[in-house]
Design a protein around this ligand. Structure first.
Ligand code: CU
Length: 266
């Protein structure tokens, strides 16, 4: 990825490192020694273009029950299609539905994030990523300076898969195109997830919603008496900033972690 480590913001570390950093793993907290010596001091940056705390509207927390993504159905035996597309989503009751990105499957249209694909050790699957984003050259969001290639890449995070199926940043799928990844699922149970990984645009594609769960199960998992059924939930935590009209704001600054957001969203 072209983004790099940059700012000691422990509260954002889980999210920002989950989105394509190669030198840190998800959940690690940054320390001041992680900041590159060439980073632009925060005080020297131009004023944020939109929505950054404290200017972002903040919702009343704990208003809505946290939702659950639907479980994806295969469109044929051991084959799923994830279609990436623009959609609209209201982040809290009373706020308008605003433009977002989502993945849909044969059984579920999802305008923000994506359906959960449950896999099983020893049962390989194929997942086709289909790009239904707007044609290249069309700006999806008014985020300053963003490329308008509108490409997408499907990457399974934490999965053991061949390089050609991994969803590396150069395995771009252009609007109107598709690509199929093979996942052997020859690994232990793990809470894997998938997300966009397109070169130069991963950060805001994921920010706008291109992420979902792909947990792998195995025969041993049930022996651990872990919560199941209604007691096993999938929660996505993302940080967001909003413009006054409640549309998503994405603050991008060179040489530091792309995002400094104001609101934690479940
Ligand atoms: Cu990842």
């Amino acid at each position: 990825m072209k983004t790099r480590l940059g700012w000691p913001m422990a509260t954002l570390a889980i999210l920002t490192f989950s989105i394509g950093q190669s030198t840190a793993t998800a959940g690690q907290a940054l320390t001041s020694t992680d900041a590159p010596t060439t980073a632009t001091p925060m005080s020297a940056l131009a004023a944020p273009p939109c929505g950054q705390a404290p200017t972002s509207p903040v919702p009343t927390f704990f208003t809505d029950e946290a939702g659950q993504p639907p479980v994806a159905a295969p469109d044929s035996t051991n084959h799923y299609t994830l279609t990436a597309h623009m959609g609209t989503h209201s982040f809290i009751s009373g706020w308008p539905a605003v433009p977002t990105l989502g993945y849909s499957t044969a059984n579920a249209k999802v305008d923000y994030l994506g359906p959960t694909i449950v896999t099983k050790k020893g049962t390989p699957i194929n997942v086709t990523i289909k790009n239904n984003l707007p044609a290249a050259g069309n700006l999806m969001f008014p985020f300053g300076g963003m490329p308008t290639t509108n490409t997408t890449v499907l990457h399974r995070h934490g999965g053991l898969q061949a390089a050609k199926d991994d969803g590396t940043p150069e395995q771009n799928v252009a609007p109107g195109g598709s690509r199929t990844n093979y996942y052997p699922n020859n690994q232990a149970a793990a809470p894997l997830w998938y997300h966009d990984h397109a070169d130069a645009v991963t950060s805001y594609n994921v920010y706008a919603g291109l992420a979902g769960f792909m947990p792998n199960t195995d025969a041993l998992e049930s022996l651990y008496r872990l919560p199941k059924g209604d007691f096993a939930k999938a929660y996505v935590l993302q940080d967001k900033s909003f413009n006054a009209d409640k549309t998503l704001c994405y603050t991008r600054a060179p040489d530091i972690v792309d995002l400094r957001a104001a609101v934690a969203v479940v």
